[in-house]
Structures are given as C-alpha cells and as structure tokens.
Design a protein around this ligand. Structure first.
Ligand code: ATP
Length: 233
C-alpha cells in the first residue's frame, strides 16, 4: 500500500498533516507516537472512516482513494479497531463469522474458522460463549481473528496491546510474527514502542500529526532520542 499526502482535519484541528508512507507487500510497518499524535486518525483515514484529503492511496494496482470503508475488505484490507469493538452480546463464533461477511459461507469459510481456532486455541474453547464473557486479552484475540476471517492481504491494527498484561502483549507479538511468516503485510499503530520494534521491519514516528522520523525498527530501537522518549531509557 502507498499513502501519499494524507491530511485529516476535525473542525479547525489538523490531526494528520501531509503524511506519506508505504507498506511493501509482505512487510510489517509500525506507527509509533505519543497519545494524541495522530496515529489512530492516520489509520482511520486510510480506511476512509474519517473525512480526509489524500493525494494518493493505492494497494497494488488498485486506487483506493474513492473506495468507501465498507468495501475495503473486498480489496484485501483487514482492520482491527482500537478498543476491539467485538459484539459482546453474540457468541465468539458468530463474531468470527461476521468477519467473513464479505465472502459467501462455504467450505473455505469453515477452513478459515478452523485456522482461527488453531491460531487462537482459547477462542475454540470458548466458541459458544458470549464475547462479552471474554477477558480483555481474549477479546483482542477475537478482534484480530474476526479481521483475519476475511483473509486480508494487509492487516491494519490499532493499538492491539492496549490495556493488556505483559504476558498477553507477548501473545499478541507471537501472533503478529506468525502472520508475518505467512506473508501477510501489517500496519501496526501502537503506543508500545517495544512491541512495535519487535513486530515490524520499519517504523514511522509521528508527532503532532506529522512524520517526525522514519527508519528501520532496528535503527530506531537504538536511536538515543527514541529510547528516551518512547522506551523510557
Ligand atoms: P491515542 O493514542 O490517544 O489514540 P493518537 O495518536 O491515536 O492518540 P488521534 O486519536 O489520532 O491520536 O488524535 C489526534 C488528534 O486529533 C488529537 O489532538 C485528538 O484530540 C484529535 N481528535 C481525535 N479524534 C477527534 C475527533 N473526533 N474530533 C476532534 N478532535 C479529534
């Protein structure tokens, strides 16, 4: 995916200003930055969930700049929103199946469901329980599983580690690394810089809605300024 000149205004507030980046096929790219830096707005703007201006938005050969949010899934883009937003009144399995709504129910859907239970065994164990009965970490797994049910080529994740214990953050990291080995492209928005550096190959650092720094995750991880501000070292 390539994003050129992305800008978001909320009334008079400019939350994202002229941001450009690309997610090469099969790569994982991170977006880190402080609270309010514009990370969520960047992701929502890519998805078309907030009004935006964009000079270019392409995925492979496809121009996505006029594609509405609900149709992004058909172009191979999956989205895991901040705060999970699982359907708490529906069973786990129904939540997963809703993620496949853009595809017809067929044996392929059944196979994808089986893959989800292999990737997230706890979801298999709790498939008939209401999603609202799951812990925060389990709900995050469910939100990721639901997005994966559409078999995306690129998965956008908004702060999947939010509110999770260090152990569960490790579990999320393991899932992201496995998706990478399977060739999926990832765009990961996070306040947790440590997780992001481990999960991605390159990152953007956003400050006040602008790209303040870019580099490989290995280089940024050792950058003194990044270490001080984002790793507290
Ligand atoms: P967080 O980690 O808290 O999610 P963030 O880096 O994702 O932060 P955004 O949520 O994108 O940042 O917010 C960027 C700026 O836009 C902030 O100043 C925020 O207050 C403002 N903002 C976000 N959403 C709205 C909205 N719906 N209306 C007005 N201002 C908004």
């Amino acid at each position: 995916m390539t994003v050129e000149g992305l800008t978001v205004h909320y009334g008079g507030v400019c939350a994202v200003r002229d941001v450009s980046f690309s997610v090469p096929a099969g790569e994982a790219i991170g977006v880190i930055g402080a609270n309010g830096a514009g990370k969520t707005s960047t992701l929502k703007a890519v998805m078309g969930l907030v009004p935006r201006q964009v000079a270019g938005l392409r995925f492979g050969e496809v121009d996505l700049s006029r594609v509405p949010a609900r149709a992004m899934v058909r172009h191979g883009i999956g989205y895991v929103p901040e705060g999970r937003h699982v359907f708490t009144g529906l069973p786990v399995e129904k939540n997963l199946l809703l993620g496949a709504y853009a595809r017809r129910w067929n044996t392929d859907t059944r196979a994808t469901l089986a893959e989800m239970y292999e990737l997230f065994p706890v979801l298999g164990e709790m498939r008939h329980r209401l999603a609202g009965a799951l812990s925060g970490g389990q709900q995050q797994m469910l939100a990721i599983g639901r997005a994966l049910m559409s078999r995306p080529k690129l998965l956008l994740l908004d702060e999947p580690s939010m509110g999770l214990s260090p152990k569960l953050v490790e579990d999320i990291l393991a899932v992201l690394l496995r998706l990478r080995t399977e060739g999926m492209s990832l765009l990961l928005v996070e306040q947790n810089a440590k997780l992001t550096f481990e999960a991605t190959s390159s990152c953007l650092v956003v400050e006040n809605g602008e790209v303040a720094m870019t580099g490989t995750s290995d280089r940024l991880r050792h950058d003194p300024q990044v270490r001080r501000i984002y790793l507290g070292l």
